[in-house]
Write a protein that binds this ligand. Sequence first.
Ligand code: AN7
Length: 361
Amino acid sequence: MTRYTGLIERYRKRLPVTANTRLISLGEGNTPLIQLHNIPKLIGKDVTIYVKFEGLNPTGSFKDRGMTMAVTKAVEAGSQAIICASTGNTSASAAAYAVRAGIKAFVLIPEGKIALGKLAQTLMYDAKIIQINGNFDRGMALVKEVAELAPVTIVNSINPYRIEGQKTAAFEIIDELGYPPDFHCLPVGNAGNITAYWKGYKEYSTYSQGQDAVCRGRPVMCGYQAAGAAPFVQGAMVDNPETIATAIRIGHPQSWDLAWTAQQESGGWFDKFTDEQILAAQKMLSQHEGVFCEPASATSLAGALHDISTGKIPEGSVIVCTLTGNGIKDPEIAMQQCADAKPVTIDASLDQVKKAILDSL
Ligand code: AN7
């Protein structure tokens, strides 16, 4: 039996590494593709929905796929420090891979707009955290400028190695299903991930282009955004993005052109959903399937359910929704979501415990 050591090792032939490259890995990738059993019944539709649970990566988000590659290449090039702007997950991931490599991580985050778990992680991984009184987009602009003046490698998804690492999620899906799904749904912020999946599907598809729709070998890419941060739906950058899903509180996506290419080439679309719809999808997934993702991640399911209900995604389809991050990242939202479900407090006696059980059966 070969031990699973990480996605670079697994897809080495399709990634820019040599036999001499020192791999910086935490065993990322190889995440579960979970078929939803209860939600399709609940909505009464004949659809096959899988969730790719990226929240089970080492730092709890899909960013680890890109970060193993980006930090590996930064170290190979002799870099001593990496930098990113982040809504939270990139900073946690960058920080972890930097300590793993023995280099320094600087992260710019919007003050007060990072989920608690992400901040806690980033602190624990000992990154140099620079909070700014501005949003992600401002932080990203500053990172690009400062990287011209200081010896730091940018590890946001404008770093092409991030996309290389992240494309392996599409490889895993095809390897596991034996074919690509008909539709691939995912949340869109900077649009690095939709770009990466599309690249992965194109590189890995077993069928040639131009076959009929059912057997074309590539999914239709569906990119979903939060209503208050939906530049792809509006067709223009958004200056003051707002959403409870702080991970995708982004108004100036960095992979603008590449995401439009993914949409056009795949025959896909962008759409937007309200915070209420996003939170409802997050809760539904937890309460009916036992899968707890963070709010931004649930945007993929909110979108898929909407497009299934309208028939835009037809019955008979195989759908994959990427769940980009773990629900534990954002405990504050989770507690708010369950404000009505107060735990009962009782005396520590057998009688009381028995009563509590019988009362709620
Ligand atoms: C959970 O961490 O941009 O469209 O700085 O954390 O590839 O940007 C996070 C993005 C979706 C959007 N879901 O992905 C950051 C950051 C979660 C995320 C996205 C993010 P992209």
